[in-house]
Write a protein that binds this ligand. Structure first.
Ligand code: NAD
Length: 283
């Protein structure tokens, strides 16, 4: 029977810790840390994410600027907004909620965010810094997973870590972070041969696939640490990528969905905003 990692509780402690740092920043620099959030279109999941991000931003005492553009906004309109926020000295972080409507070129728009305000850690410069092991902003979800592991005091050095999923926003940066923590890392993906065998060898198993209950008990080693990044909307509500009920009998630690990685992602967005603001004041 595993210990359930309470992401909600850990995220709360990150936010409460941040509250004090944000207040101190305001005293030191005479201004509020400011995060700008841009939402284009009416995607219902994105609307919920943005609402939660704004609530959390205000909870820690940061200022939140919210921009909503219609579904049919032109690339020029979105680009102009990002560029003007990039040039605005009062703005510390810019978040463009993804996915953007199909007619907009995501990469082109994201590239307009100055690396110093890239609170999502998506830009090539920040991803490159992560690869080089230099200080940077790291994509919020993998950054949150690492904080969960550290909070629980889980030893990482020398451990076999397997990440299922090779996306730019979760799988790849997750693998880099685990490598930096001295894990022996394997990245699996849709073309991996003998996925079950590879996973079965994992001391730390991170699932970021986007398929409900994809990781079954027979893929998990006795005593492994299992982190479920997946968020899948099913008729039975939100479900992760791991068959939680069965895997929790085998793992030593497991993160649930909901209440696991999700809240950590938002907490790390705020941490990244704080990091960006502090760096901008100290450059
Ligand atoms: P993605 O679709 O970009 O990537 C999915 C990855 O899974 C791909 O690399 C693919 O190769 C791999 N994959 C697909 N089928 C596979 C198979 N049969 N075997 C092995 N690998 C397979 O998704 P993403 O953006 O990385 O997100 C993954 C999941 O995490 C989604 O459910 C998403 O909603 C969730 N997510 C959660 C948070 C959070 O805050 N908790 C944040 C981001 C993403």
């Amino acid at each position: 029977m595993s210990k359930i990692i309470n992401g909600k509780e850990i995220a709360q402690s990150v936010k409460d810790n941040l509250k004090e740092k944000v207040l101190q920043f305001e005293k030191d620099y005479g201004r509020k840390i400011t995060l700008a959030v841009i939402l284009v279109g009416e995607n219902p999941a994105s609307q919920v994410y943005v609402k939660n991000k704004i609530t959390a931003t205000e909870y820690v005492g940061m200022k939140s600027l919210s921009f909503r553009l219609p579904e049919n906004a032109t690339e020029r309109e979105v680009s102009d907004l990002v560029t003007s926020l990039g040039a605005d000295d009062n703005v510390d972080g810019i978040l463009v909620q993804l996915p953007l409507p199909k007619h907009l070129d995501e990469n082109k728009i994201l590239a307009l965010i100055p690396a110093s305000k890239d609170v999502d850690g998506f830009l090539a410069e920040n991803v490159g810094n992560l690869l080089l092991g230099l200080p940077t902003t790291v994509a919020c979800t993998p950054f949150g997973v690492l904080q969960m592991l550290k909070y629980e005091g889980i030893e990482l050095t020398g451990k076999n870590a397997v990440v299922i999923g090779r996306s730019n926003i979760v799988g790849k940066p997750m693998a880099m972070l685990l490598l930096k923590e001295n894990c022996t890392v394997t990245i699996c993906h849709s073309k991996t041969v003998n996925l079950k065998g590879v996973c079965k060898n994992a001391d730390i198993l991170v699932a970021a696939i986007g398929k409900p209950k994809f990781v079954t008990a027979d893929m998990v080693k006795e005593g492994a640490v299992v982190i479920d990044v997946g968020i899948n909307r099913t008729e039975n509500g939100l479900v992760g990528d791991v068959d939680f009920e069965a895997v929790k009998e085998i793992a030593s630690y497991i993160s649930p969905v909901p209440g696991g990685v999700g809240p950590m992602t938002i907490a790390m967005l705020l941490e990244n905003t704080y990091i960006c603001a502090t760096k901008r004041e100290n450059k």
